[in-house]
Design a protein around this ligand. Structure first.
Ligand code: G6P
Length: 364
């Protein structure tokens, strides 16, 4: 087993460090930066021209990737909604022949996600599996499949597969826009250029890894709240999920604007708030940061390195290289993976096999 970890203490850390390579696999041959064409495997150009809305079904980390996908589609004018598969399986929504339902599932075997997709069998909706595992049940049972090509993931806490899911969804969103409207979206050039730079930018985060230091400063807190707005919202949810899964410490993710509708009552000087910034809506999230600071909480900001006002406001800054706001969320998430890993490692938790959790939940 030690040999399989390639010198890393845990599979999770190995898989975090594999992300530059796994993302290169995800994007390989799927777009050409010179003419900005997108070739998604065997999908013909115009393949999705009849689609008018997208519904996602997914669980856990894959649900957060789906929520991220909703933002990418929404910014391209395509209505999209993400359902928790456990709910959808019991309460499916009306669909028609212009609906594309995407099951996001790393393993392709999660029972709730499979059940949700099966509920659509006798409907006119088109189904697509976004999965990592070739020949998995989701891949076999849906109309179409798009593989994320992240390579095997052993750690129970999903890391590199989230990044590959979001990256594949970014390409698929742009492709849907082109098929539906006949032209690239306003975000197209920025997205494709930034996608090409992403693996190297992640490499630079991994090389500097500034989060280990913070685990000393913030140990023994009562609660860890992760907040974000827009694309930073699913990233905050994913940050909190990863944190609670492997540290067993209390962590919750909130939409930043939701704080004053309840969670603010829980904020004390023994709360740490981790605020995610992508370059979009930063000013509003900074107001939320000031609100929690006024109640004694400390704030760790994760933000693009050129976000000077964020740097001046938060108590500690974890910088990310600057990309497009659409992909800054992915870069911020890599820092959150490292933050959770270092906290859990300091607490000597069972990082690769957290208590009570399974890599793939095959029962409803
Ligand atoms: C379990 C795992 C999570 C994963 C979720 C969905 O809860 O512990 O890491 O995100 O299942 O798995 P899937 O294979 O469908 O992406």
């Amino acid at each position: 087993e030690d040999a399989e970890k390639s010198g890393y203490d845990h599979y999770m850390l190995k898989e975090i460090h594999e992300q530059p390579a796994s993302l290169n696999q995800t994007i390989h041959g799927r777009f050409d930066p010179t003419d900005e064409s997108i070739t998604l495997d065997d999908f013909e150009p115009g393949e999705f021209s009849d689609i008018s809305r997208v519904e996602f079904v997914a669980c856990g980390t894959s649900y957060h990737a789906a929520l991220y996908g909703c933002h990418l589609l929404g910014q391209r004018g395509i209505p999209a909604y993400a359902h928790r598969a456990g709910e959808y399986a019991s309460n499916p929504m009306p669909v028609d022949d212009e609906t594309l339902v995407i099951g996001v599932t790393q393993s392709g075997e999660t029972a709730d996600t499979l059940e949700s997709l099966r509920r659509l069998e006798d409907t006119p909706a088109r189904t697509l599996a976004l999965t990592n595992v070739i020949g998995s049940t989701a891949a076999r049972e849906t109309d179409d499949v798009l593989y994320i090509r992240a390579g095997p993931e052993i750690g129970v806490a999903a890391t590199k597969t989230f990044s590959s899911q979001v990256t594949a969804l970014a390409l698929l969103s742009e492709r849907l826009h082109r098929d539906i409207t006949g032209e690239p979206s306003a975000h197209s050039s920025g997205l494709l250029q930034s996608l090409g730079a992403l693996p190297e930018q992640i490499e630079s985060i991994l090389d500097s890894d500034p989060t280990a230091e913070l685990t000393r400063k913030y140990q023994g807190m009562d609660a860890h709240f992760f907040i974000g707005r827009g694309i930073a919202h699913p990233v905050a949810l994913e940050g909190a999920l990863k944190f609670k899964e492997i540290t067993y410490e209390h962590a919750e993710g909130f939409a930043a604007g939701q704080l004053k509708h309840g969670p603010l009552a829980l904020v004390t000087p023994n709360t740490v708030v981790i605020a995610v910034f992508t370059g979009d809506h930063d000013e509003k999230t900074l107001n939320n940061v000031r609100e929690v600071q006024a109640r004694g909480a400390s704030v760790i900001g994760i933000a693009p390195e050129d976000a000077t006002e964020v740097a001046a406001t938060v108590d500690d800054l974890i910088p990310i290289p600057s990309s497009t706001p659409e992909l800054n969320g992915l870069l911020a998430n890599v820092q959150l993976q490292l933050l959770s890993y270092h906290f859990a490692n300091r607490l000597e938790r069972s990082i690769d096999k957290p208590r009570n959790l399974a890599k793939s939940v095959t029962v409803e």
